[in-house]
Design a protein around this ligand. Structure first.
Ligand code: EPU
Length: 428
């Protein structure tokens, strides 16, 4: 078990390079099942969610070769159809992409209901609706999602809610269905476009990704390809907010600035300066932070996955900010931890009222989920004194080399391992 120990109060300066996108990688890697051929995937982030999906493909018999730290060759030509048990799906949400990918490849799938961060009820009714409309019978038996089709047939599917996961899962199942599938009210997140580009590189015919209507004309066979995953919008946003919260001047490299516009706009409103380059953004902040109101929304709105990090920044801004969560029912669980650091936040349902305080104080806090963990790190960086962040397995799910990247910017952060007898040792 590891903790992060942070001595706060340092401004951040320098350059940081952003890794490949977690939420694209966890869709693209299982999509490799659809081509019974070798695919080379580059810019894969080294994070635990990715390791889990690779482990599942490995157990299915895929031949996976590490080309370098962030590149894999995946050959799924000899994989076997098999059910995926809960012990493999319980730790991450995206395990449900195996349902769409296996339906596409084998016309059947049996995958345990997924785990993942807990933001309240996380239904998968829209995924199931999509699979059924494509012609699959879907049952949930003893916690397993069992889907089977004689053949998948293209059709028109209207999504009742805008869902990233359901849009991706339906795309995975539909690329080899017969005829045309139209997904209406589709999610538009950057990783949806990235998955579509990957599928098209393997010979699929997917158009319209990034708009709310995606058209997929089924193809019989898909082939190998070489593909590089896009940079992680949320990792980039996390370093942007960290810089604005701590003060300083950081060049955030290997990003797509267009994906960061909603975050840049709010940081500028709060008193930071954001300069866009072709594939980098520079964030500087030397004056006091101002209040601003933020509402999370599906892309291109302000991402829910940046909401906890933004709450930390607003906690030390002048004035009172309103932070509204419109995607998840219960994404303010981390607020109790910030209160312990001296923040002044009141939560009423899906709205948090944040009254800025002059400073936060270092204490021991828990990462209640992945992005909450990132928020606790930022809180530790701005706080006076020492902050210990516990339960950092969540952070390891989504941030590659976070200690190394922050240390290079001048932060005082260490990963320490905690023995059973509670002695603390440095783990590098
Ligand atoms: N929803 C339904 N029915 C469904 C699916 C979703 O009602 O069948 C609802 C959800 O309850 C939620 C809303 O629709 O209120 C949006 O959920 P969505 O399906 O878009 O979320 P997801 O696919 O489960 C992905 C990311 C999350 C991110 C959300 C929203 C992955 C692996 N996860 O989750 O990322 O918060 O989209 O952008 O892509 C994270 O990276 O920390 C993370 C949690």
């Amino acid at each position: 078990m590891d903790n992060f120990v942070i001595n706060g109060g340092h401004e951040l300066f320098g350059e940081v390079s952003i890794s490949g996108a977690k939420n694209a990688a966890v869709a693209i890697i299982p999509a490799a099942i659809l081509a019974d051929d070798v695919v080379r995937i580059e810019n894969i982030p080294q994070i635990s969610d990715v390791q889990l999906i690779i482990e599942i493909l490995d157990r299915m018999g895929a031949d996976i070769k590490l080309v370098n730290k962030n590149t894999l060759d995946i050959d799924t030509s000899n994989i076997n159809y098999q059910s995926v048990p809960y012990e493999l799906t319980s730790h991450f949400r995206a395990s449900y992409y195996l349902i769409g990918a296996m339906l596409g490849r084998f016309n059947q799938a049996e995958v345990a209901m997924p785990g993942g961060c807990n933001f309240g009820v996380r239904p998968i009714d829209q995924h199931i609706k999509g699979f059924e409309m494509l012609g699959a019978d879907v049952d949930i038996v003893d916690g397993m999602v069992c889907a089977k089709a004689d053949k998948l047939m293209g059709t028109s599917i209207y999504m009742d809610v805008v869902s990233v996961g359901a849009t991706i899962n339906i795309m995975l199942a539909a690329v080899k269905a017969r005829g045309l599938t139209i997904i209406e009210n589709a999610a538009k997140e950057p990783h949806i476009v990235d998955l579509a580009n990957f599928l098209n590189s393997m010979g699929a015919d997917v158009r319209g990704a990034g708009t709310d209507v995606i058209k997929i004309r089924g193809v019989e066979k898909m082939h190998g390809c070489t593909y590089s995953i896009i940079p992680d919008q949320i990792e980039a946003g996390t370093y942007m907010v960290a810089t604005a919260a701590c003060g300083g001047d950081v060049l955030i490299k290997n990003v797509i600035p267009k994906h960061l516009e909603s975050i840049s706009a709010k940081l500028e409103e709060a008193g930071a300066e954001v300069i866009e380059y072709d594939d980098a953004v520079r964030v500087t902040r030397f004056k006091a932070l101002n209040k601003c109101n933020v509402k999370t929304m599906p892309h291109p709105g302000f991402p829910t996955d940046m909401q906890p990090q933004m709450a930390v920044l607003l906690s030390i801004a002048n004035g009172t900010s309103i932070l509204s969560e419109s995607v998840w029912d219960n994404r303010f669980q981390y607020v109790g931890q910030l209160l312990r650091m001296g923040a002044d936040i009141q939560v009423d349902g899906k709205v948090a009222v944040i009254v800025g305080v002059p400073k936060l104080a270092g204490v021991s806090v828990k990462a209640t989920d992945l992005r909450a963990g990132a928020a606790m790190i930022i809180a530790g960086l701005v706080a006076e004194g020492t902050t210990t962040v516990e339960d950092i397995v969540y952070v390891d799910r989504g941030y590659e080399d976070i200690v190394e990247k922050l240390s290079a910017l001048g932060a005082d952060i260490k990963r320490v391992s905690v023995n059973d007898d509670n002695a603390v040792q440095t783990a590098g």
